[in-house]
Ligand binder design. Structure first.
Ligand SMILES: Cc1cc2nc3c(=O)[nH]c(=O)nc-3n(C[C@H](O)[C@H](O)[C@H](O)COP(=O)(O)O)c2cc1C
Length: 154
């Protein structure tokens, strides 16, 4: 039983959430490969997929959107890394019951001048708002659900 944890990240916050999910899954006895969404070769070899994206202007990054649209593996969990403080930015998309929204990180040093301008206009707060307990809870849910699925007989 191996899970693909794929992610699209512009400034690293979502990558680190994906890496934490991978570690949390392994520590719960579930094998996990953590791979950038645009580097995923194929999904067929995986028993489940967890796909996450940073949210910019209310949307997922294109590489994650593409993988989501083309992925036929079941079960598939989705997560968005976006909101900061009291959400001044468009909410992440609503992607159904297997979708979690995790608070993100906004690190001024990593942003382009254009991005800093947007942050100034919408008055989004700088800081790291990621909730590692919430990330571990998703790993719990995935590990629990996968252990309840009977293994297919080859
Ligand atoms: C220019 C800009 C636009 C953003 N737009 C949104 C948004 O529409 N909704 C949201 O929830 N978060 C938004 N965010 C916050 C990011 O999604 C958050 O910082 C995320 O954790 C970044 O992930 P990354 O480091 O993996 O790219 C925005 C951040 C920036 C810099």
């Amino acid at each position: 039983m191996t899970v693909l944890v794929a992610y699209a990240s512009k400034h690293g916050a979502t990558r680190e959430i994906a890496e934490a999910l991978g570690r949390d899954l392994r520590s719960r006895g579930v094998d996990a490969d953590v791979i950038r969404a645009d580097e995923v070769g194929g999904v067929e070899e995986y028993d489940a997929v967890v796909l996450g994206s940073a949210v910019y202007m209310g949307k997922w990054l294109p590489a994650a959107q593409e993988l989501r649209d083309g992925c036929t593996v079941e079960p598939m969990w989705l997560f968005s890394s976006g909101p900061l403080g009291n959400p001044p930015l468009p909410a992440p998309p609503d992607l159904g019951p297997r979708h979690r929204t995790f608070s993100g990180r906004l690190d001024r040093e990593r942003l382009s001048l254009g991005e800093r301008g947007i942050v100034r206009v919408v008055k989004a707060p700088y800081g790291d708002f990621r909730d590692w307990d919430a990330v571990a809870e998703l790993a719990d849910e995935i590990a629990r659900e996968l252990s309840a699925v009977p293994q297919s007989i080859a």
